[in-house]
Design a protein around this ligand. Structure first.
Ligand SMILES: [Cu+2]
Length: 272
């Protein structure tokens, strides 16, 4: 009796907590409202199943509790029940997975007009690279990393000379314009995550992963690493600033290119 009451209270408490909780998603700042929709679908399905299963257990505890002289019936096979449970589970799992597949397809189908931005993760900091005036990112490889080329850009690729290198932990992007985020890691697995964008993706050494988004409001948002990547993992924070077009251009004008960076570092090395 007591256990049945506790089970009912757990269900009530969980539902109340879910609907009244002040800890909800931070307000969205990108076009990925679809991601929230998929989460809500999952909440409804898992919430309904959780409520049904726990209340069923409470019901069974009361209805079939021990009474003197009553014996349990043994029923090893029940085709009808097996069919209902199998089909019901399959439908529920499919309903949770299918919207995710649709959203995933959109997430990686980058619009033609999207500007490219590269994010480089390393233990335990973020760096960024933008294509320069030619609109193309030059070749980069982890094996080419030197003090003059901290992101591993090839000195021999003319497309890379005008690339903008941002070693500070803040990246700026203009509001309302689609941007393709290219992700690279120079050491271990990291994961680029901006909660307000509802977007995250693993960064894999030796590969370039990507997704796209359109920032929908200006503001300053935190970049978190969402893949345990060593003792400094909790401190691997960055900032992404969504600017108006004029603020963005002002920021961009202050950044330095790969050619300027490598010349400055070579000069610093040469001086005694
Ligand atoms: Cu990390």
């Amino acid at each position: 009796m007591l256990i049945a009451a506790v089970l009912v209270l757990i269900v009530l408490g969980s539902l109340l907590f879910h609907f009244l909780s002040p800890w909800w998603w931070t307000p969205i700042a990108s076009n990925w409202a679809y991601i929230d929709t998929t989460l809500i679908v999952t909440f409804w399905i898992t919430g309904a199943v959780f409520t049904a299963v726990v209340l069923f257990i409470a019901y069974c505890l009361l209805r079939f509790r021990h009474r003197p002289g009553r014996r349990a019936a043994y029923e090893p096979e029940n085709r009808r029940l097996e069919l209902i449970l199998t089909v019901g589970t399959a439908v529920g799992v499919a309903a949770m997975l299918a919207p995710g597949l649709v959203v995933w397809a959109r997430f990686i189908q980058v619009p033609e007009e999207a500007a490219e931005v590269e994010v480089v993760g390393q233990q335990w900091q973020w760096s960024f690279r933008l294509p320069g005036e030619d609109g193309q990112l030059g070749r980069a490889d982890t094996r080419l990393i030197t003090p003059e080329s901290p992101l591993g850009l090839s000195a021999h690729d003319p497309r890379g000379q005008d690339d903008v290198i941002v070693e500070a932990a803040d990246l700026h992007v203009p509001v309302g314009k689609p941007v393709k985020i290219l992700l690279r890691s120079v050491d271990v697995l990291h994961d680029f995550y901006v909660p307000e964008f509802r977007a995250k993706m693993d960064m894999i050494p030796g590969a370039v992963t990507y997704f796209w988004l359109t920032p929908t409001r200006t503001g300053t948002f935190e970049i978190l690493c969402a893949e345990l990547c060593g003792v400094g993992h909790p401190y691997m924070r960055g900032v992404i600033v969504v600017d108006s077009e004029s603020d963005y251009q002002a920021w961009l004008a202050e950044q330095i290119t790969f050619a300027q960076l490598s010349t400055a570092r070579q000069a610093a090395d040469a001086s005694p």
